[in-house]
Design a binder for this molecule. Structure first.
Ligand SMILES: Cc1ncc(COP(=O)(O)O)c(C=O)c1O
Length: 330
């Protein structure tokens, strides 16, 4: 069984599907975690790949929920298009994800709002091609892993604002593609080695505004308003989109997607990281160039309500008026 930390361990079944000569071949489910690809594959040399991250949640009644999976399917298509890779239809994506989850049911942690099964669909360029051009063939796979919490859970963590960038101003930050992440590994590792939960990136064009974390968006609360950065270099988080809807409809907050200047940090009553892996993780302080900006000692009341609402929908504890819950029938 998974421990409470975000991590990965061996599961039973993987989804494998190849794309050759302009069409998708029959998929297979296999316990083989390995794939054979050519050493000159574009994914290995030029990062021609894309991926998604979602979770399957075990409900109290033992059923399984996915959360807004069609949004992941849509974003995956967007990323694949940007990387000149073949698109995966909603039906193909849903089949791959739901059937992989079903075949790994025994690895989905029992109902526990800090535990779930992480689901990672991905696509890579395969085939011989050392030139900088789209690959002749592709592989679409799904890997799953039982996970616990990422970041600091409910305690307000310390995060480090960095001057390194993860994405270029008009680059691929909007897409979920490996190139945005590989370069961030060192930045995140260095921030963690200094005792921070993670690194927060600034907008790459001016370094004056807050952008996002390496694996999560950011939001702030003040004056009865939910603020979240407007930027052309950040991933459009499905969690963030959900929180905006819940903040407006259930909590009656105003929603403001706007540039958030570094200099405004201390005007916020609450701030948090949000994403599939992060869930909602409160931010206690942000440090930039040795200056510590204090936000709150513990999770603020609005963040707490939003987190609870999100978890209650994800784990099927409350009625879902939005169609966010997707019941995986076994
Ligand atoms: C860079 C980045 N931003 C934000 C998010 C959060 O997005 P979502 O809520 O769709 O998981 C993720 C993780 O998936 C991410 O990798």
């Amino acid at each position: 069984m998974a421990n409470k930390a975000f991590g990965f361990h061996i599961v039973d079944y993987y989804y494998h599907q190849h794309y050759k000569d302009g069409k998708w071949l029959e998929p297979i489910f296999t316990s083989n975690p390995n794939i054979d690809i050519e050493m000159s594959a574009t994914s290995l040399h030029y990062g021609q790949q894309a991926f998604e991250g979602m979770k399957a949640f075990k409900r109290k009644d033992g059923g399984i929920n996915l959360f807004r999976p069609l949004e992941n399917a849509k974003r995956f298509r967007m990323s694949c298009r940007r990387m000149m890779m073949p698109e995966v239809s909603d039906e193909q994506f849903m089949y791959a994800v739901t059937e992989t989850v079903k075949r790994n049911t025994k690895h989905i942690p029992d109902y526990d709002p800090s535990m779930s099964l992480y689901v990672r669909p991905f696509m890579i360029g395969t085939g011989h091609n050392l030139g900088l051009r789209p690959a002749p063939s592709y592989f679409f796979g799904v890997v799953v892993a039982p996970v616990g919490i990422y970041f600091n859970g409910d305690s307000a963590g310390k995060f480090l604002i960095v001057d390194d960038d993860r994405a270029a101003p008009n680059g691929t930050g909007l897409y979920k593609v490996g190139g945005n992440y590989g370069g961030a590994i060192k930045i995140q590792f260095d921030a963690k080695s200094q005792g921070y939960e993670d690194a927060l990136f600034l907008d790459p064009a001016t370094h004056q505004y807050l952008d996002e974390f390496g694996g999560a968006n950011l939001f702030g609360i003040k004056h009865n308003t939910f603020y979240t950065p407007k930027s052309s270099s950040i991933l459009k988080s499905i969690t963030n989109d959900t929180l905006k809807i819940l903040a407006k409809d259930v909590l009656g907050l105003d929603i403001l997607e706007t540039q958030i200047p570094l200099t405004d940090i201390e005007t916020f009553d609450e701030m948090a990281a949000c994403g599939t892996a992060a869930s909602v993780a409160p931010i206690g302080s942000l440090t930039y160039q040795e200056k510590v900006y204090h936000i709150s000692e513990s999770m603020g009341p609005v963040t707490k309500k939003l987190k609870q609402l999100l978890l209650d929908i994800q784990y099927g504890n409350i009625k879902d008026d939005y169609g966010f819950q997707f019941n995986v029938t076994l």
